[in-house]
Every structure is written in structure tokens, then in C-alpha cells.
Design a protein around this ligand. Sequence first.
Ligand code: AMP
Length: 112
Amino acid sequence: MTIFQKIIDREIPADIVFEDDRVLAFRDIEPQAPVHVLVIPKKPLASVASASAEDRDLLGHLLLVAQHVATREGVADGGFRIVTNIGQDGGQAVEHLHLHVLGGRAMSWPPG
Ligand code: AMP
């Protein structure tokens, strides 16, 4: 079981900023920007690479929740970044699909 499943199950605490029946959003424990929120599906998908056509609506919903979180956190107007890391080379540490919503500072490109 991943640490994010434990957060969904309320076995460990998190600073939750949004929740509905399909999605949970909470603050990253090691924030990389003034706003750093993780948006995760309650369905235990390992990453975007594990998603299928039946997850189409859920994936769209995750993006809209990320947009909603950015607006509520006050970073939508200035610009923000949505990142999802996939697998070893993608830098994924937790094998439960998550969108990083980062904002509140200027971002550089390309990523390291
Ligand atoms: P990734 O490398 O894309 O898998 O990102 C995993 C993220 O989860 C990292 O940014 C961690 O700081 C974050 N993280 C790990 N454990 C927790 C936790 N208990 N609560 C909140 N964020 C966490």
C-alpha cells in the first residue's frame, strides 16, 4: 500500500485542500514552491501509464481539480505548473498517480 492510499484512508494525516468522491488534494510535505499541492485519484492507479480509456473522465477531472486548486490558492492569474512524474526515469517516488500543482514563483525550463 502506498503512502497516498494511507492518506486517502485517513491512516496518516495530510493538509487536505480539496476532496470530492473521486479526488483528493493535499499539500506536499516537502514543498518546492510557495504553493505545492498534490491532486490524486482515489482510484489506485499507479501513474498515467497505467490508465486506460475507462479512466478518461477521471483524468479530465483531475486536471480540472488542479485548475480549481490553483485558482483557490491564488496562483492561476500569475501562472502555475502541473507536473506528473511517471516511473523511474520520470522521477516518480510514490506509485499512486498524482498531479503536482506548483505556483507562486517563476519556474524554469527544461526540468533537470
Ligand atoms: P513524485 O516524485 O512525483 O512521486 O512525488 C511524490 C511527492 O510526494 C513528493 O513531492 C513528496 O514530497 C510527496 N510526499 C511524500 N510523502 C508525503 C506525505 N506524507 N504527505 C504529502 N506529500 C508527501
